[in-house]
Design a protein around this ligand. Sequence first.
Ligand SMILES: [Zn+2]
Length: 414
Amino acid sequence: MRRLFLGSRGSVIRSHNLRAILLALLRYEPVSRVRLAQVTQLSNTTITNLIAELLEQGVVVEDAPSELNGRRGVGRPQTALRLSPDSRYTVGIHFDVDQVRAAVVNLRGQALRSGTHPHSFDQTPETVLTKTAALVEQVTTGLDDRRCVGLGVGVSGLADPSTGVNVFAPNLGWRGVPVAEWFARRFGFPVCLDNNVRVMALAETLFGAGRDAHTLAFVYARIGVGAGFAVNGQIYRGSGAGAGEIGHTTLLPDGGDTCRCGNTGCLETLVSEPAILRLANRIAADHPGGLLAQALEAGQGSPIERVFAAARAGDAPTRAMLVERARYMGIALANLVNILNPDLIVLGGLFDQGQDLLLPSVRQTIRERSFAHLGERVELRTATFGVLAGVVGAAALALDTFFYRQEQTEPQPG
Ligand SMILES: [Zn+2]
C-alpha cells in the first residue's frame, strides 16, 4: 500500500505524534507552534521538527510574521501555521438507494468537484461499480495522482470496514460485495469502506457541527433510518460493526406495519420517507381538493417536498401528521439519549429538509421523555453538508484513515 508522506522514517511514536499534530492543525488552525505544543502536549523540539517536514512536503503553510509581531516579541516571532487544504485530496464515493455520487474532497472536507450517476435495483454490482469507476475518472480528470491519499466508500446496510465488504445492502439487493477490493484493484489506491450514516457522523465530528462535541449521534432518515456515533473524534462501531440501527428499534409493539427487516412496528415504518408518503396519500384521498391533494397532484419538487410545501402552506391534517411523526422520532431519540448520553445529535435527510415542521416536536419530545436533565442538555442540530453529506462522509473516512490517523507501525529500513 502506498504511503503518502511519512516516507521512510516511520516509527510508532513518530506516527502517533504526527497524528496529534495533523488533528490539532485541523482543529485549531491558524495556530502557532507554541499553541500546538500546548494542545498536543508534545515538546517544542518535536513540534519544530515535524512541522519542518510538513512544510517541506507542502501539507502545511506558514504565514509571514507580521512586522508588529516581530518587533514586539522576544526571540522567534509567533507565526501562524495552517493546513494547505488542496495539497492532498481524496475521492469520496457514496452509494445511495437510487444513485451513486463521487466527489473530490480536500483536507478540510470541502468538496471541490462532484458528480452523480443513477443506478437501479436490477443492475448487477459489477455494472454499478464499473459505472462508478467511470464517474471517479470523470471527477478526477487532470488531477495529480500523487496527491491522492486514497478512496473512501460509504455503503448502505451492513458494512465490514475490516474487509471492505458490503455485507448486506437490502435496498440494492447486494450481498457480500467486495467493494473496497474492487476499487483498490481498479485504481491502485488504498480504499476504505463503512456504512454511509456512520461516515456522515465522522464528517460532522471532523469538519462539521460536531467539532466541539465529545459524543455525537448522527441520525439520518430518508428511505431508511440509521444512526452513526462518534466518540472523542472516532467512529463507534460496536462489536460487529452494527451499532446505530436505530431505525429498527420497536416503537409499536402491536399492530405496526411490517418492516423490511422482517419485524413489525420499527421506527423506520413510522418516520421514513415511504411511511410519510403513505400517510400523505391517505390524507389526500380523504380530503380531495385540499392543499395536500393539490400539492401532490401539481406541486413542485419531489413528493416529500410537496408534502412539506402543503404543510408550510397551512394544511392542518398534514401538519398534524408530521408533528405526530416527529414525536415518534423524539421518543426514539429520548431512548438514545438515555443510553448514549450524547452532547450533540445531528439530524440529516428528512429532518433536515423539513426541520421547520419537524424539529420543534422532536425537541420537545426528547425533553419530555429523557431521564432527568439529560434531554435538556443534549443539543439538536441539522446536518452540515446537505446533499453532499454522503460523499463528504466517505471522504472523511479516507482522510481519517489514510491521512489524519494513518498507521505507520513498522519502522522502515534506511
Ligand atoms: Zn425494522
